[in-house]
Design a protein around this ligand. Structure first.
Ligand code: ATP
Length: 471
């Protein structure tokens, strides 16, 4: 079903997936804290990725590098000089917008042909000036006050700067990382020296990244502090080799979104960056996009980054970051394919994709609506809810606690003794618990000992011995 972002925001707060950050102080613009179920959802998506890409593969290893890095790293990576967005201000209402995003939205809405895109003519104008020509020619209006009266574009660096040091006046400027990739590149030599890796191989990490976004918003879609999961996959410098690896990464990536996270197939697509959009160091980039309530947006990107990053670090650090092929003895700087997932956007996507409202007829014949979060069971925050039917019945409570104790050694479970079975089921449906186990009168009958197992998706109930319950 189509669901509005407002519904998702309200559900996320009501059911403890995500709260506004610093709420009791009036919040902090666009900051979100994950609640208990949001945290569990994030952990499950992350574990899933780690299991598939690291645990079950022989060619990818896992690291955890620092958020604060030597500022020279950011000079080498080009973030100090180039990690900026074209910012324009509306002269009337002073709202700040990203010129590239205004154009992107215009193109989406108007289904404009590629030939009409602003073309950059090197040497004549800057790309930002070309964008402004396009915005003015198409009279693209300010989304806040609907006028078209913009300032000239300015470059706005997205990195958060802070200071390190304890003696006033001797502080060093340092940056919060805007992506996790550079932590991988600077450890490339350590990995070569200490691990038995052979090209092709990959290094993965998950962690926080920070960007001082010009236009944050759309709930968790564009925030200033978010999680990324990135893999740098090192390959030989040979067109056939990197093209093959690139294709494999595209196929695997899409399959993972569908099979493991459970995202609906028809809501995912690949979009290739055209020459104008392509980063200067990349020879090919695809975005994996999802159809969010307010339109298509990027979930992940897969880029062929050539040997740009390692060469930059060789030049700036003076260290030899070449790889020696053990069979041929050939020494070379490897090329890189980078699949980069937004983990925060994955949480949001999983929530939007799972949310459903369904009509049903209750036991009294009345029509009701239930909210049901149809999370793939791999990522559902709670796997089993164990419910004693009568909360004052000591036997029922004891058996329910025993089942909870046993299952919670392996799965995230909830013990729910609120005493109103209908309400318990509704609550578990809303947080997406695939199975409810109810301990009732038959369960305490020594001739029976069965419990009710209720399925989230079709509300079917079966009787089963507790020891036969499998996930
Ligand atoms: P966008 O075009 O939406 O600004 P981007 O191209 O700058 O994204 P990348 O640098 O490719 O993003 O980062 C990789 C992934 O990190 C993105 O696919 C996205 O899922 C996630 N990401 C990037 N910026 C943000 C943000 N501000 N908030 C949440 N997730 C983000």
């Amino acid at each position: 079903m189509w669901v509005s972002l407002e519904t998702i925001v309200a559900w996320a707060k009501r059911r403890w997936f995500a709260y506004p950050g610093s709420d009791i102080y009036g919040g902090l613009a666009n900051a979100r804290d994950l609640g208990p179920y949001g945290t569990e959802l994030k952990k499950n998506i992350e574990d899933n990725r780690r299991k598939y890409f690291v645990q079950e593969r022989e060619d990818i290893i896992w690291i955890d590098s620092q958020i604060l890095m030597n500022p020279k790293v950011r000079e080498a990576s080009g973030h100090v000089g180039g990690f900026s967005d074209p910012l324009i201000d509306c002269k009337k209402c002073k709202s700040r917008e990203r010129a590239d995003k205004l154009i992107e939205e215009y193109l989406h809405k108007n289904k404009t042909k590629e030939t009409e895109l602003p073309k950059h003519r090197a040497g004549e104008k800057t790309p930002a000036e070309d964008m402004m020509d396009f915005i003015n020619a198409k009279k693209i209006k300010c989304p806040k006050c609907w006028t078209c009266d913009w300032t000239d574009p300015k470059k706005f660096n997205l990195m958060f700067k802070t200071q390190q040091g304890v003696i006033e006046g001797e502080w060093t400027d340092i940056y919060l990382r805007p992506e996790t990739a550079q932590g991988i590149f600077v450890n490339f030599k350590n990995i070569l020296d200490t691990m038995r890796v052979r090209i092709p191989f990959g290094i993965a990490q998950v962690g926080k990244a920070f960007r001082n976004e010009i236009t944050p918003g759309n709930f968790m879609f564009r925030v200033r502090e978010f999680y990324q999961m990135e893999i740098e996959y090192f390959v030989e410098n040979d067109e056939k080799v990197w093209l093959k690896a690139f294709k494999e990464w595209m196929e695997t990536s899409k399959k993972r979104w569908i099979d493991e996270i459970g995202i609906k197939k028809d809501k995912l697509k690949f979009r290739e960056h055209d020459k104008e959009e392509l980063s200067f160091y990349s020879k090919g980039t695809f975005d994996v996009e999802y159809e969010f309530p307010r339109g298509w947006g990027e979930l992940q990107w897969i880029a062929y980054r050539t040997d740009y990053d390692l060469k930059q670090h060789i030049e700036h650090s003076g260290k030899d970051l070449q790889y020696s092929d053990p069979h041929t003895g050939k020494r070379y700087v490897p090329h890189v394919i980078e699949p980069s997932w937004g983990l925060t956007r994955a949480i949001l996507t999983a929530m939007i994709d799972a949310y459903d409202e369904e009509k049903y007829t209750d036991g009294n014949g009345a029509e009701q609506t239930r909210v049901v979060a149809r999370f793939h069971k791999n990522i559902a925050p709670v796997k089993f809810a164990i419910i004693p039917l009568v909360k004052k019945d000591e036997k029922m409570v004891r058996i329910a606690k025993e089942i909870h104790k046993r299952l919670s050694k392996t799965y995230m479970c909830e013990f729910d003794d609120s005493g109103n079975i209908g309400k318990s089921y509704r609550r578990q449906d809303e947080i997406g618990t695939p199975y409810c186990i109810t301990v009732d009168h038959q369960s305490i009958d020594p001739k029976d000992w069965t419990v009710t197992l209720r399925m989230r998706d079709d509300m079917k109930q079966i009787r089963i011995k507790p020891e036969d319950i499998k996930f």
